[in-house]
Write a protein that binds this ligand. Structure first.
Ligand code: SF4
Length: 321
């Protein structure tokens, strides 16, 4: 469905008179999203996951590499804007406060010159478990809860029946009590319509029950990739392990137990550390190796792709040892 090959995105930053800096937000990423599949792109803020999502949506231009939709570059593929939709993090800013629910959800249909709005809008609202009566259609966003606004935003993203949805932190601004419900709605859409999702999240625990595969991003690169069971059940990269250890405990019996935060800050794409970009924060870094060698994604004989010198194996997509 979607193939990302050797993709790099570089932002040029103005640093004063005649000074420019180049921020590598995404670096040489390869990723596949198959039909009807959900891939979770996981990492801290600044890891490059949102930029990768924007590149897929054609909101930023890559410096190198390509993104193919059914074998065609996305920018040139027929009906790309209909076939790939987005759900953004903030339902307060992603939907207009001056439009009624009926017009918000119908907007993509209008843009693409599709008539017969009413029925399709009502069906989309039903699929996100909102009332589809006139009282709901007439509402303005200020009359909705945060969870309802995000459901309206999701209804708008599915009304064109896209093949791919990029969902960027779709529950991070939703009341904690309603996050699981929103994820369940996305899962239902995936199952019922076969839509592929790129689910971008900082919350690795939220991938269980929704995603099929996880790609962990750090400093613009994918450092581990595998099925949800592989990555959550047998994490290989020290960064993935740190992400899992930083997940707050949701067991009410342990509610007071705080999980360990990851030490240090993610690096800037303007000046990445030498060697493995994670080495300044890695608890098991090997001096003289990790600060020199930049590990590539490799597939250990008993595992899944990981970019760490502790795991040797075949280069992903190649035969080199
Ligand atoms: Fe840690 Fe070294 Fe592996 Fe990087 S390559 S994650 S620094 S052990």
């Amino acid at each position: 469905m979607l193939r990302i090959r050797n993709l790099s995105v570089v932002y040029e930053q103005n640093q004063g008179l005649f000074r420019r800096a180049y921020n590598t937000a995404v670096s040489e990423v390869d990723l596949d999203l198959n039909a009807g599949e959900t891939v979770a792109l996981v990492g801290e803020s600044g890891s490059g996951k949102t930029t990768l999502g924007k590149a897929i949506l054609h909101l930023v231009s890559p410096a190198r590499g390509e993104i193919l939709l059914e074998g065609e570059p996305i920018a040139e593929s027929l009906g790309f804007r209909k076939r790939v939709q987005a759900v953004f993090q903030d339902p307060y800013s992603s939907i207009s406060p001056y439009m009624q629910v009926r017009d918000i959800v119908a907007e993509p249909l209008v843009i693409h010159g599709i008539s017969d709005h009413e029925q399709r809008v009502r069906e989309a609202l039903e699929r996100v478990h909102l009332e589809n009566d006139d009282a709901m259609l007439d509402k303005y966003p200020h009359a909705l809860s945060g969870g309802q606004r995000q459901r309206v935003s999701i209804a708008r993203s599915i009304v064109l029946e896209p093949e791919v949805i990029v969902a960027d932190e779709p529950v991070s601004m939703v009341d904690a009590a309603h996050r699981a419900d929103i994820i369940a709605v996305l899962r239902e859409i995936q199952v019922s319509s076969g839509t592929s999702f790129l689910y971008i999240t900082h919350d690795i625990a939220s991938t269980r029950g929704f995603a099929d595969r996880i790609a962990v991003m750090y400093a613009g690169s994918i450092v581990e990739e595998g099925s949800v069971d592989e990555v959550l059940g047998k994490p290989l990269h020290p960064y993935t392990k740190a992400l899992l250890e930083s997940v707050p405990d949701v067991d009410p019996a342990n509610a007071t137990r705080l999980r360990r935060a990851i030490s240090g800050e993610p690096p800037s794409g303007i000046s990445l550390p030498t060697g493995c970009a994670f080495h300044p924060r890695c608890p098991v870094a090997i001096k003289g190796t990790c600060d020199v060698e930049r590990p590539q994604l490799r597939v250990p004989s008993d595992g899944h792709p990981v970019a760490c010198v502790l795991h040797v194996g075949q280069k992903k997509g190649g035969s080199e040892h």
